[in-house]
Design a protein around this ligand. Sequence first.
Ligand code: 3DD
Length: 425
Amino acid sequence: MDYKKGKYKVKNIKLADEGRKKIEWAESRMPVMMALRAKYSKTKPLKGYRIAGCLHVTKETAVLCETLVAAGAKVSWSGCNPLSTQDDVAAALAKNGLEIYAWHGQDVKDFYWSIDRTLDMKPNLTLDDGADLIFTVHKKYPKLAKEIIGGTEETTTGVHRLRAMAADGKLLYPVIAVNDAETKWDFDNVYGTGQSSIDGILRATSVLLAGKNFVVAGYGHCGKGCAMRAAGLGANVIVTEVKATAALKATLEGHTVMTMDEAAKIGDIFITATGVKDIITKKHFEKMREGAIVCNTGHYDCEINLNDLEKIKKAKRTVRPNNEEYTLKNGKKIYVLAQGRLVNLAAAEGHPSEVMDMSFANQFMSQLRLAGYDKQGILLEPEVIDIPVTQDQEIAGIKLKTMGYKIDKLSKEQEVYMTDYSSGT
Ligand code: 3DD
């Protein structure tokens, strides 16, 4: 398609060549996705399907988008966070004919305008990260929801919201919980978030982590990854939690556990990874040390209460890209990264390609699964659906193979033994 006639709105189409080099870099590190693209570009099982996507526009997402198109789908895309779009990647996608509405630094109006544009093509499949697209369909286009076969959801926060909606009987079409796939949750959320969040902090501050008191709020998969990688760089990791078992796991990993009220007094760097609002508020800011750095790696920007900070500041200025210095009335300076939005995608490039390879293989295969049900005339209940266990093993198997690893196989006798409850010691 001649991009001059194409439907898109990006920051600057001239950035396309730079973006294309980043996408090629990602392709060379996403062997599972490229294997799926090679396989399904021949049979085009998504021909006739229209996918509206709302997911961070990164070099890895570009590989997902172009693989969906290669498999025959018509795709229209928006970013799922106002600060996470990589403008050169968006330009490269537009120049290659993808319908895309995404640019870095959108305001909330732009953000929802972009989602609306992706719905102009009347999708029959949706692909979300944080469920803003599916909620827009439910709120503004309930009639369109009736035409939608199903959707997929990338992130923990989004799956939580959708499960609550389904429990309320409000979900209008089935959604596959991509986040809950073992080959997403146990890899992307832990190893991806761990590395990319540190990446964002270092790009925005270039501080030494060794010896610093590094406070992680939330010890779920994401918090665990951040704690692990900060400890690896020599930081003293402090974990705050509300769930006893999670806090206990943190102590057994060698991290210190305390309340945020206590951690606020001694922390040098704070990162929130809870999915809950108001984790760091006025009373915490007022206790913080001079020069404390505060950031978030949760999906929404609700975890650090910036309204509270505005109330107790006497000055604010941007000191580095994605790094705002707040001078408080008590004279101390606090540094907030990426305006409290997810620091890994707003101040860096998100998770590395190698780990997104598996997350997006789950997205791609889940879209194929929904199209497959449709072709068989199977109407699914409007609920949240899990990934089949076999899919996790299949994706992990392809990944291992591309890394040159071989694993053992159970013999027939061993398989029998596994299910034979009669044999004991
Ligand atoms: N996310 C993290 N890194 C990403 C990347 N490089 N491209 C696209 C999306 C990316 C966020 C989500 O994949 C997922 O980790 C989440 O749970 O939000």
